[in-house]
Design a protein around this ligand. Sequence first.
Ligand code: C5P
Length: 288
Amino acid sequence: MSLRLEAFAKVNRSLLVLGRRSDGFHELRTLFETIDLSDVLTFEEAPELSLACSDGDLSVGEDNLVLGAAHALLAASGTSRGASIHLEKRIPWGAGLGGGSADAAATLLGLRALWRLDLSDGALHELASALGSDVPFFLVGGRALGEGRGERLTALPDPDEPEWIVLLSPPFGLPTPAVFARLGLTPGQATTNLPGSDSEPFPDRNDLEQAAESLRGELRILRSALSSAGATSARLSGSGSSVFGVFASRESALQGAARLGAVPEGTRIRVVPTIARRDFQARAFPRR
Ligand code: C5P
């Protein structure tokens, strides 16, 4: 038996940092949204566990979250199984788009099905949360609120029509811990960044932007290029390095992308719609 799954990227439409916890993580309130940019994973039965990747620069060792997810499943189910996994990498990594987390979630779903493991969705969520703060979101998809480290999720209704995203990925990544560290919060320290009022639960802001832009000034240039090109919101995604602009239609997004002017050399420009939960789950989940 073999299985093929798409692992979609996300953007953070809003990201508030509420403080630093005593465990060192930051307390967040974020609005996630899946976008139509995906990696493709195939899982085949095999005697041993192995991972191959289309991108030779990406590690296929134990530090790859795909293998981390496979080992977590084996440990939780108390079995010893093998699989040959292939990862076609299309989501830029170190880019704040959750690519590694999406791959890990796809692996949990894919191998649970391939190995016919008797593990509940709740158990899978627990494993996802231990693998990384963003991983549980990719078991839900669409538009969702993330709280805590980002792993406590509430699914939200999707917009009636997809939004259109102009996604700018510069030719460098940003390490998430370095960006959070730049905030300079001590464990237990709250910020003055209060969540929005009820009328605006998701303010148009990302509290990691300044930190990321102080590490790479090019990111500020990319964001203002998107604003000048007509984006209704121009934000950093997660801890970067990707920056995105929101547009109401495909046409306006294409026009905006054409109007961007000079962007730092090597920046990849993509125009993609957001993906509603129903479509996400149809393409990202194994058929039952
Ligand atoms: O959970 P994950 O492994 O993706 O987090 C990577 C790093 O990002 C953490 O080690 C921490 O430095 C930072 N982080 C954080 N607060 C969060 C999420 C991530 O400080 N809510």
